[in-house]
Design a protein around this ligand. Sequence first.
Ligand code: BGP
Length: 464
Amino acid sequence: KLKPFPKDFLWGASTSAYQVEGANLTDGKGPSCQDVKKVPEGTSELDVCADQYHHYKEDIALMAEMGFKTYRFSISWSRLLPKGTGEVNPLGIEYYNNLINECLKYNIEPLVTMYHFDIPAALDEIGGWGNRKVIDCFVEFAKLMFENYGDRVKYWLTINEQNMLTLVGPLIGTFNAPKDCTNVTKELYQQNHHMLVAQAKAMALCHEMLPNAKIGPAPNISLVYPASCKPEDMLAAQNFNAVRNWLYLDMAVYGVYNNLAWAYMEEHDAVPVFAPGDEEILKSGHPDFIGFNYYNTSTVEFPGADEKDGTQNDQQNGGVEAGFFKGFANPNLPRTEFGWEIDPQGFRATIREMYSRYRLPMIITENGLGAYDKLEDGKIHDPYRIEYLRKHIEQMQLAITDGAEMMGYCPWSAIDLISTHEGMVKRYGFIYVDREEFDVKNCDRYRKDSFFWYKKVIESNGED
Ligand code: BGP
């Protein structure tokens, strides 16, 4: 018999600052790494995005109309600290004060991501996360947020998709290798180590400064399947599960490196350098819950003996890593218009696995379908999105019935925004933003069919 969603389940949706706000150099904001990078050919700049900076009141009112219990957004580091450290931008502080107050006006619980792919450009210039000093800058940024917003924000997320920053950072535009770098993998895992230390410190600081708040990580987690029932494919799946998923969560929850991931780093001469004290710091930051993004599962096989490492440029399937795993397109799964596999049952399997490994409550911080939506006579018919989300919600309820503790569900995205590398044409929102790739018009908002559907889902607490 199906168990119902908990009474206080946090239905909502997500966005991130650099993808939704626009106003990227307005009112004292400093540039982030995203603002100084070259955008992929054919995609828009990030100066307007969905222009939420100027439309936040309208946006929050629309979210309230859908009945949101929570809104997951990120705070732009360089809007608060234009250079990443030191001088504070009062207008930046004020913007998020207004945004948070606007949410609370409608009883929408703010769920704040502290870092979502947008390190300040000034910190990138000194080596980004590869430079240990950035750990202290992040803690300074965390303290500033806790001091200014901690009286009203109860739920915090540390770093969005830290695993993707390590696996496909160059694709997301967050990885800036030093000129003399000879081992990119080593540099990436050193950056990753610094982020892990920064995260542990931020979690400990949150518990110290805000005893009633709750904080957790927000990686992108999806179970990895073996391509066949050959035993070596199972080993490949375990290898990729370790490198893709467990490395991040074993560290966040238990404060230790996953042994398989460690073996992988050793093999690639990519074991991170620990500074004195790191081991204790890593053990000191305990999450209160786990937030995670889920789009689809991955499938791998064991690579042939003569196969060489190949670039990891497919967000889903992980490329080739000699002796460890090789990405495999799952023939059993349909794909979105943008080629992403769709696997609602894999969502249930992932939640099951997560709960039995970590025994912590979970909130889904992203899940969704990117598509070319069309505005016709003021309407947007997006049955494909409704179908995708409905199936995932059904599987989430089955996972609750299996015994997993779920706190909430925040699909990507509350409103159309700019994709990480595929521009504005790839839309995810419940709310349509009237602009094109290179013609930003005035960004009028329209309710998609999925908007009305999600409203009913929330009203009925997931029964509709
Ligand atoms: C996640 C990111 C988001 C987001 C989403 C969709 O990886 O956390 O920032 O954009 O995926 O991805 P994309 O924009 O590449 O379609």
